[in-house]
Design a protein around this ligand. Structure first.
Ligand code: C6P
Length: 405
């Protein structure tokens, strides 16, 4: 299918609105993506026609809702190439999935065990592991990164030993756009018997991972990053880990049998899905995956790479502008500062011109500490952005620079 940018943009109603009198230029896609009409229609259809609780009722609505929810799980399984649909656990999002795994490992890790995290993680892939270390006495080690915002692989290799039990790394850094070599990271971790959790929050909208080929133990992501709704995501868990880890929460639907003396738990995935889930969210996540696959990830990647290259070249023409994250393997994020100007001030001025970017530490404070900066301006792109929108950003940053320096 040819990549028809105008046709794609027409699918996103929000893209035709104005902000502060200017056409919206939405460049905060790493925070959350916009939603196409197809996903919005799916949500309206669910609540208009078959809203019911799932896995519980014999009545028709409940069965329709259950079928749609389980069909979405299968679509997600196929998309990420998990071996079994029951290895896909529905969660509230990436943060929830990470906390679920960390909670499970609190019963497995012992004092003196080591876990490894990278220097470019989002807080949600740092704090739960610190909490886990406090509980268990395990030690947290950090893979350092260099000035370009690339992980130093040789240092990672040195950190690995038979004490290493877990490695956590994001596929793509939300603050730098660096694509990490997750296949090699997983391979090395497995050589010492450690499990690996991949945080796919930033990669899921740009790259289609093959979880079986990667041999990841855990993979987490959020639907809202890939054109789906907020409040829903997935945790992929290899079956052997699903059987090993204890449940995260107790409640309805996660049990096999309950008496006051003893409860036995349901099998995967229900063991980890206590309570009424975000049913509509799960179904709409499936619709979002259908939407993205209809465009095709190869086409998305190719187009977004062009956007990134163009934005990088144009922004670097501005004197005093410095980009953070300059490695060769990058996608869809340009994080920058203009000498002498606070990122927040640039963000505020470009917003007055209708342009949405994120400013600050992007929930990745250790990266800011590494560069000794308070934060950055982050423009993050999606396949529905255009070269003209990049031009608008560059013009707005130039204007902000004139006003502020
Ligand atoms: N990053 C950003 O603006 P949740 O909030 O659970 O859906 O995703 C958390 C998360 C985890 N890992 C990475 C790499 C992420 O980028 C995010 C979310 C957003 O960069 C919001 S802070």
């Amino acid at each position: 299918m040819p990549f028809d940018i105008q046709k794609i943009r027409n699918d996103f109603p929000i893209l035709s609105r104005k902000v502060n009198g200017y056409p919206l230029v939405y460049l905060d896609n790493a925070a959350t993506s916009q939603k196409p009409q197809q996903v919005i229609d799916c949500i309206v259809d669910y609540y208009s026609n078959y809203n019911a609780n799932i896995h519980r009722g014999v009545h028709t609505l409940s069965q329709e809702a259950t079928d749609a929810y389980e069909t979405a799980r299968k679509k997600i399984q196929t998309h990420f190439n998990a071996k079994e649909a029951y290895e896909i656990i529905f969660t509230a999002g990436t943060t929830h999935g990470i906390n679920l795994v960390a909670n499970g490992f609190s019963e497995i890790l012992k004092k003196g065990d080591e876990i490894i995290v990278s220097a470019m993680e989002h807080h949600s892939n740092i704090v739960p592991w610190q909490m886990l270390c406090e509980k268990t006495g395990a030690l947290l080690k950090v893979i350092p990164m260099n000035e370009e915002g690339i992980l130093v692989f040789s240092e990672y290799e040195k950190l690995l030993s038979e004490k290493t039990k877990l490695v956590f790394v994001n596929h793509i850094s939300n603050a730098l756009g660096t694509i990490n070599p997750i296949a090699e990271i997983i391979e090395k971790a497995h050589e010492v018997g450690a499990a690996v959790l991949i945080d796919g929050a930033q990669s899921c909208s740009h790259i289609k991972p093959d979880l079986q080929k990667l041999d990841a133990d855990f993979y987490v992501t959020s639907a809202h990053k890939m054109c789906g709704p907020t409040g829903v995501g997935i945790l992929y868990m290899k079956e052997e880990w699903g059987n090993k880890l204890p449940p995260y929460q107790g409640g309805g639907e996660m049990i096999a049998e309950v008496t006051f003396e003893k409860t036995t738990y349901a099998g995967l995935p229900h063991k980890f899905e206590a309570g009424t889930p975000n049913i509509c969210g799960g179904i709409a996540f499936g619709a979002a995956i259908d939407y993205l696959n209809a465009i095709g990830f190869e086409a998305i990647e190719k187009y977004e790479n062009k956007l990134l290259k163009y934005a990088t070249e144009k922004l670097l023409e501005i004197e005093g502008l410095k980009i953070y994250g300059t490695g060769p393997d990058k996608t869809s994020v340009v994080s920058f500062n203009v000498e002498g100007i606070h990122p927040y001030d640039i963000g505020t001025i470009v917003d007055k011109l209708g342009i949405a970017v994120r400013t600050g530490h992007h929930c990745a404070q250790p990266i800011m500490e590494f560069y000794k900066i308070p934060g950055t301006v982050r423009a993050s792109f999606a396949f529905y952005n255009t070269m003209e929108e990049v031009d608008a950003l560059v013009a707005a940053v130039k204007k902000a620079k004139l006003m502020l320096s």
